[in-house]
Design a protein around this ligand. Sequence first.
Ligand code: G3I
Length: 375
Amino acid sequence: MKRTIILLAALSLLVISCQKEVIKPGPSLGASFNGAFLVGAALNDAAISGKDAGANKIVTSQFNTITNENLLKWEVVHPEPDSFNFEPADAYVAFGEANGMVIIGHTLTWHHQTPNWVFEGEDGGLTDRETLIARMENHISTVVGRYKGRINGWDVVNEALNEDGSLRDSKWRQIIGDDYIDLAFKFAQAADPGAELYYNDYNMFREAKALGAVALINHLKAEGLRVDAVGMQGHWGPDFPQINDAENSIQIFKNAELTVVVTELDINMLPRPENMQGADIELNYENTIKFNPYAEGLPDSMQTVLTDRYAEFFSLFKKYGDTVDRVTFWGVYDGSSWLDNWPIVGRTNYPLLFDRQYNPKPAYHAVIKVGEVGK
Ligand code: G3I
């Protein structure tokens, strides 16, 4: 009896291992750029829980790093002074660990999505410097501390620069002063000395902004603080940035001996009211047919534009593989992109590599091809 069972078990193992040989894994973005940089995506709750099974499957089969799209933003994780909401973030980190992903935390200090109470004093006006510093330290040490050794890198400060490279006059700066950025990095470093720390911003292809980031990071380093990489968000379009401008900025960072992480890549294929660029979430416009022209599908000519754009950007990232450490898409597939709702709510956009049915688009195959060149 025992012998028969052992024989059967051996036979079934043989069948399974034969099957494994027959079923070859499909291409994977992470594997294609293995040795150059990590490739990842920003996740929402549905992708993490598996409620969005299609998204979940893409993530586990294509990417080797993840970023949370919203669930670690201050208003979500720390909505009230004495109350933290860790459930979604716990699930996010557990998902990343279960799948062997490099896990990124986004974001600790931002002028958006931060509840009003953070900046308010007892009289309803702005609070004072010492109180805000104490609130920041409590937030960063609690959130980073909870995931110490588990979240591998943090966007410590997000979007602190104006387009000309000067410091944005956010409430953080108005109340604390310019050194709020120094303090954020100091608190993050103390809470998890092993985590990578990033400065992250959009429109970094603009030279003035890239130079502003270099000046800021050099200042932080001169203060004895650690900044492991500069985040170029990469909310781009079919006609911007010029590839030369993107390369120029990467070169500026390389010359400054900075590592680059492309943190929020997508290509907005819809008309932009007033030709706006970037990711200023305060902008909002009305939905009209003029601004939602591809509700029934993306024309072939535009599909080709998207494909070529992705191919040229990934060729650029690969060329700078010694400087670029990670490329993360801002979303998993077109149906879950923030660009369906910004700067106009309810449009049909096509910014990512997977379509609304979770199928890889021509741009996906073009990117994989770039990864495979020279292998
Ligand atoms: O979860 C609530 C839901 O309960 C509510 O019914 C609904 C009604 O408005 O809102 C939902 O929250 C929205 C959330 O996205 C989740 O969908 C917020 O209103 C909305 O403001 C939020 O937008 C996010 C935006 O940042 C602001 O935090 C986008 O998803 C997210 O993609 C976007 O990401 C930013 C990066 O953090 C920083 N760089 C720019 C990038 C794009 O704006």
